[in-house]
Design a protein around this ligand. Structure first.
Ligand code: SF4
Length: 78
C-alpha cells in the first residue's frame, strides 16, 4: 500500500501519487500512460497531473490496481 509520507516530490499535488516503492516498470504507463511519465532522473514514474474526468479517473484507478509494487496511492493531499 502506497504511503503518502514517502511520495516523490515531483508528483502533481492532489489525490494520486507514486511513492518510493516504484521500481520503474511499464505497468502504469501501459494502463494510463498520459499520467505516469518517467522522472527526469529516470529513477521512477510519477503522477504528472491529476485526473479530472470519470474516464481519466478510471484509467488512473486501473494503474493503482495494477501496480505490482502497490506504489500508487489515492489518498494524497488535495
Ligand atoms: S506500475 Fe508501479 S512500480 Fe511500475 S512504474 Fe508504475 S508506479 Fe512504478
Amino acid at each position: 500500500m502506497a504511503d503518502k509520507t514517502r511520495k516523490f516530490s515531483d508528483n502533481a499535488p492532489g489525490r494520486y501519487y507514486v511513492d518510493r516503492d516504484c521500481v520503474l516498470c511499464t505497468t502504469c504507463f501501459e494502463l494510463a500512460g498520459d499520467f505516469f511519465p518517467v522522472s527526469r532522473d529516470e529513477s521512477h514514474r510519477f503522477v504528472v497531473r491529476q485526473p479530472n474526468t470519470p474516464a481519466e479517473i478510471a484509467k488512473v484507478e486501473s494503474a493503482v490496481a495494477g501496480c505490482p509494487m502497490g506504489a500508487i496511492g489515492d489518498d494524497g493531499d488535495t
